[in-house]
Design a protein around this ligand. Structure first.
Ligand SMILES: *[C@@H]1O[C@H](CO)[C@@H](O)[C@H](O)[C@H]1NC(C)=O
Ligand SMILES: *[C@@H]1O[C@H](CO)[C@@H](O)[C@H](O)[C@H]1NC(C)=O
Ligand SMILES: *[C@@H]1O[C@H](CO)[C@@H](O)[C@H](O)[C@H]1NC(C)=O
Ligand SMILES: *[C@@H]1O[C@H](CO)[C@@H](O)[C@H](O)[C@H]1NC(C)=O
Ligand SMILES: *[C@@H]1O[C@H](CO)[C@@H](O)[C@H](O)[C@H]1NC(C)=O
Ligand SMILES: *[C@@H]1O[C@H](CO)[C@@H](O)[C@H](O)[C@H]1NC(C)=O
Ligand SMILES: *[C@@H]1O[C@H](CO)[C@@H](O)[C@H](O)[C@H]1NC(C)=O
Ligand SMILES: *[C@@H]1O[C@H](CO)[C@@H](O)[C@H](O)[C@H]1NC(C)=O
Length: 450
């Protein structure tokens, strides 16, 4: 059912290895070519292309940059934001913004509207942990009442360099534990961006989602590392790796994620998205949704392929979460929802290794509604069809042993053509594994429904 073109699309010419310093003469020559600054050297843009699978849609080459704007870190905790914004202005339309110093502190909301720009980040970009400042000054989005430190939009953008974007999250983690209304910024939001390649970047210590891909198209994330943590007794919350929303043709690949919520989450209107060769630890799975939260929108998640991925220490591996047919709000949640419409169509999880997972597969249409009697009285209407779970193998945790999955649809008419094939999950007790299946066509499910 899936036709993937295995030929990679090469986006740029092969990277040239950076020249090592041999003599002052060479150094001067490099300086003249605008590659070095204060003894540090910029590198060539990495080659980024989807592999081994692709989305079947084209990715375009981005033009070479012709000038470089170096930003010197001010140090002493001073705000480097204004200088970064100035460089983004000066080097817009064909330049490279080079952030080669060890540490840039940010106390300015960074709205980067870029055209044909590379950002080379070698050091760390760290946001000051001034909660009242960011509550007032972060970028705000209607969807799930979210906010962000930084938003990047425009066209033909590359971000790379081996550096780190650090959300400095500890204060927010503790403030959120005391008051769940604390407005916690998303680390980076890509908003209205087309044709962009994000590679070799580390995302650290987010107070909320790490990466929101909002109204974007034609993006590749490659060799990204995501990790955070806490030094107090309070756990990080809602630290999704990626959330895609109103976005099309996105690839997320060859990356390592260590977090406490969805590794990748396909939110409303996510289409043609490929996730491959990820290593997710500690997550809530690679998830469709939540969907159907807001009745005023129709939610579409279509043509999603998740391939060759390892899920460790997660609550679920493949998950679809849909709000119930009417508004509900668990007491501890900030926001409720339900009663929305839409469809999930053509979604595949293929070749997924599991280690210590509560549920290999989880489908719910009662998200946010803890009263399951009530949920069955007012079931969701959102339709789920043409979904395939194939080649999921490994070990479950002891949480629901010997149950290793739950596929529960709100009504028999809601879920069609849901397949499970080559599923081999061992619970720790070594008992025969079971799955809960409700309102599903069990002839298509090659799993022990009980
Ligand atoms: C959005 O969140 C902030 C911070 O939690 C809160 O003050 C605000 O009332 C929320 N807005 C809506 C519409 O829920
Ligand atoms: C991935 O990125 C890191 C820097 O974050 C870099 O050291 C490493 O070489 C990259 N790996 C590949 C395969 O490019
Ligand atoms: C699967 O992903 C792993 C890394 O997670 C990689 O080493 C391997 O080459 C990938 N296999 C395929 C078929 O792409
Ligand atoms: C993976 O997640 C578990 C549970 O959240 C955590 O204890 C462990 O340190 C994580 N491992 C890595 C390599 O981050
Ligand atoms: C999703 O796309 C459909 C069709 O274009 C549109 O009607 C709907 O409002 C969109 N939903 C969201 C959440 O943007
Ligand atoms: C299903 O999605 C895959 C990509 O994941 C795509 O190649 C295929 O054409 C889609 N099939 C249909 C029927 O749209
Ligand atoms: C999974 O969690 C356990 C215990 O929490 C930890 O020992 C293990 O290292 C984790 N796995 C990975 C890959 O981090
Ligand atoms: C759950 O829903 C049922 C059916 O609507 C209702 O009778 C019951 O009181 C509800 N239970 C709770 C705890 O609200």
């Amino acid at each position: 059912m899936v036709a993937m073109n295995l030929l990679p699309i090469v986006l740029a010419t092969l990277a040239v290895a950076p020249t090592a310093f041999a003599s002052p003469l060479e150094a001067t020559a490099l300086e003249a070519r605008g590659r070095t600054h204060n003894g540090k050297e910029t590198t060539d843009r990495p080659v980024v292309f989807p592999y081994p699978l692709n989305t079947g849609k084209k990715f375009k080459e981005t033009p070479r940059t012709t000038k470089t704007c170096f930003v010197d870190a001010l140090g002493n905790g001073l705000d480097d934001g204004p200088n970064i914004l100035a460089a983004a202005k000066k080097c817009n339309n064909g330049g490279k913004i080079a952030l080669l110093d060890d540490l840039y502190m940010i106390r300015t909301p960074l709205d980067l509207q870029l055209n044909k720009v590379d950002i080379e980040l070698q050091g760390t970009l760290k946001f000051v942990d001034d909660i009242p400042f960011w509550e007032k000054n972060s970028f705000k989005y209607e969807f799930q009442n979210s906010s962000s430190f930084i938003q990047i939009g425009g066209k033909d953008v590359n971000i790379y360099g081996g550096g780190t974007i650090d959300g400095n999250s500890q204060k927010w983690i503790d403030a959120h534990a005391a008051n769940s209304w604390t407005w916690r910024p998303i680390l980076v939001t890509f908003f209205d961006l087309d044709n962009a390649y994000i590679s070799n970047i580390n995302f650290r210590y987010s107070a909320n989602w790490y990466i929101l891909v909002h109204t974007c198209k034609n993006m590749i994330f490659d060799n990204v590392s995501i990790a955070g943590g806490t030094t107090s007794k309070n756990e990080p919350k809602n630290t999704d790796g990626w959330d895609t929303y109103r976005s099309d043709n996105i690839v997320i690949q060859h990356s390592k994620i260590d977090n406490h919520d969805d590794c990748v989450s396909f939110k409303p209107n996510s289409t043609n998205i490929l996730v491959q060769s990820l290593d997710c630890n500690g997550s809530h799975g690679i998830s469709v949704g939540s969907l159907g939260q807001y009745p005023k929108y129709y939610d579409i998640v279509e043509n999603i392929y998740v391939f060759n991925t390892t899920m460790t220490n997660a609550t679920s591996a493949g998950r679809i979460k849909v709000w119930s047919g009417e508004y509900a709000k668990p007491p501890s949640w900030v926001e409720g929802g339900g009663g929305g419409h839409g469809r999930v169509f053509n979604v595949t999880w293929d070749a997924i290794r599991l280690k210590n997972i509560d549920y290999a597969i989880e489908i719910t249409q009662c998200y946010g509604q803890s009263n399951l009697t009530r949920c069955s009285e007012v079931p969701a209407t959102l339709k789920i069809s043409n979904v395939l779970f194939r080649g999921l193998y490994g070990t479950a945790s002891k949480k629901y042993d010997p149950r290793v999955g739950s596929l529960v649809c709100g009504g028999p008419e809601n879920c069609n053509n849901i397949y499970a094939r080559d599923i081999n999950i061992q619970p720790p007790s070594a008992k025969s594994p079971t799955f809960t299946c409700r309102n599903m066509d069990q002839s298509l499910l090659d799993i022990p429904c009980a």
